[in-house]
Design a protein around this ligand. Sequence first.
Ligand SMILES: Nc1ncnc2c1ncn2[C@@H]1O[C@H](COP(=O)(O)OP(=O)(O)OP(=O)(O)O)[C@@H](O)[C@H]1O
Length: 273
Amino acid sequence: MTLAIETKQLTRYFDDVHAVKSVDLSVQRGSLYGFLGPNGAGKSTTIKMLTGILVPSSGEISLLGKNPWNRHDAIEIKQQTGVVPENLALFDNLTAREYLTFTGRMYSMDLSTIRERSEELLNLLSLEKVESKLTVEYSHGMKKKLALAAALLPNPDLLFLDEPFEGVDAVTSRVIRDLLAIYVRRGSTVFVTSHVLEIVERICTHVGIIANGQLVEQTSLEDLRRGSSLEERFLEKVGQTDDENINLAWLEDGPIRAGAPTITDVASEGPVS
Ligand SMILES: Nc1ncnc2c1ncn2[C@@H]1O[C@H](COP(=O)(O)OP(=O)(O)OP(=O)(O)O)[C@@H](O)[C@H]1O
């Protein structure tokens, strides 16, 4: 088994917050790995350490067999990876075309290949009509699509996507899903975080679940589900079950409590003098 991503005891503190706790990830090449967890579980912190944005407090990382924190390997790894980060990190004052050209040049691509692939990606992601607008004028979903186009442009071996489905419409979500399926079919690897369990269930081959900074599950989707839905298994693993009581009496009572005047009562009283 060859691994695209491997971490050993990966750990990150923010002062006294222990955000990621000794995480051992094993992501096989050619897999579509869904990295799941509740809000604040440590997903983005992990992805930032994997993609060179945050320095780990301790532990080891291997990407495509190399160490991204080794200066010698880092550039080679960056050439082979594409990233859609949490904050998208676009440049406000560039158009989509300019941004893709900038990205392509950063990957040392020639201009005619950049032009050809940009054309295809902008069309596929329905951005062709806004390609000459500045990205500052884009909606959140449009920015997300452009960030994905930029990540795919250099045709990398490994893709990191932090919440790619958040804020995109149903048509685009379908296009992204199909794109990722083609991408892994040819042997490349995707590491994706998402809160949309229905999509994860549909596209991922493997799943890792992080809760409170700890990796509580890592297996194939098939093994995890076994006769149950991903949502049920996820809730079990992160320690939340249906039994937890939601006790908000005022919400259950509705906006008008018994005995309180209704709008019709108030209207029949006539105008206030
Ligand atoms: N820059 C930072 N400074 C201090 N604490 C941070 C910082 N970034 C993250 N944290 C903390 O680390 C923990 C993990 O946060 P992280 O953003 O990795 O969670 P997440 O799983 O991506 O959450 P979400 O699903 O809400 O995006 C949280 O307790 C968060 O408050």
